[in-house]
Design a protein around this ligand. Structure first.
Ligand code: AP5
Ligand code: MG
Length: 208
């Protein structure tokens, strides 16, 4: 099962992925997470990547495509979260034989509220929301027991730029998969439980 999850910033790609990993034993390959890990390591490359992420811009295609392909190499069951984000990236992975592309459809005014209240654990694997998906203990990850943090690129001015880039560069990718008849659009605006139920239905229909 090879799935691509696409959607605007804050649409719930990470949240849906967490549940798919549990239910279907899929490997979660998130381009954003891999890039943030490189930034944390403070390597020369990490310092370069940081400049793009903190401004809300995309990291150059070749680099992202290479690391994602490396992550997917030899694997049969995975989710690509937030990749591809440009037509060039999509063309880079035609040989991966993706089964399904899911687009999480959420209006912009809703995702802006989601990003403003998002908190993530230090390891980056678990995502919460102050109101919509709070942890059991305020400020602490349920699983890792580490302190919850706010992502630097969730500042309102950076969020604005992420949306601009999304419309310019990623919207064409959605049309690309639509034309290939690989795209399934799901309503991801309701609660996390309902949105996930919509995703599950499509997966069950596709892989029955
Ligand atoms: P990335 O980390 O992928 O950011 P993004 O695409 O902007 O998406 P987010 O992670 O912000 O949101 P999400 O859809 O995962 O939502 P989440 O589940 O967290 O990329 C960051 C940066 O890395 C990019 O800007 C770029 O610089 C670089 N990059 C990444 N990929 C790249 C690529 N392919 N090429 C080049 N550069 C790349 O949910 C958000 C919040 O909402 C959470 O608080 C959550 O609890 C809550 N929530 C989730 N679902 C619901 C729901 N149904 N109802 C209510 N609340 C919900
Ligand atoms: Mg994410």
């Amino acid at each position: 099962m090879k799935i691509i999850l696409l959607g605007p910033p804050g649409s719930g790609k990470g949240t849906v992925s967490e549940r798919l990993v549990q239910d279907y034993n899929l490997i979660h390959i998130s381009a954003g997470e891999i890039l943030r890990e490189e930034v944390q390591k403070q390597t020369t490359l990490g310092k370069e990547i940081k400049k793009y992420i903190e401004k809300g811009n995309l990291v150059p295609d070749q680099f992202v495509a290479e690391i994602v392909k490396l992550g997917a190499k030899g694997k049969k069951n995975y989710i690509l979260d937030g990749f591809p984000r440009t037509i060039a990236q999509a063309k880079e992975i035609t040989d991966l034989n993706i089964d399904l592309v899911i687009y999480l459809d959420v209006p912009e005014q809703i995702v802006i509220k989601r990003l403003a209240g998002r908190r993530t654990c230090k390891k980056g694997d678990h995502t919460y929301h102050l109101t919509y998906l709070p942890p059991k203990k305020r400020g602490i990850c349920d699983y890792d027991k580490t302190k919850l943090l706010q992502r630097k690129d969730d500042q309102p001015d950076v969020v604005k730029e992420r949306f601009r880039v999304y419309h310019e560069k990623t919207q064409p990718v959605i049309d690309y998969y639509k034309k290939k008849r690989m795209l399934r659009i799901i309503d991801a605006a309701p609660t996390p439980e309902k949105a996930y139920k919509n995703v599950r239905k499509i997966i069950e229909d596709t892989f029955k």
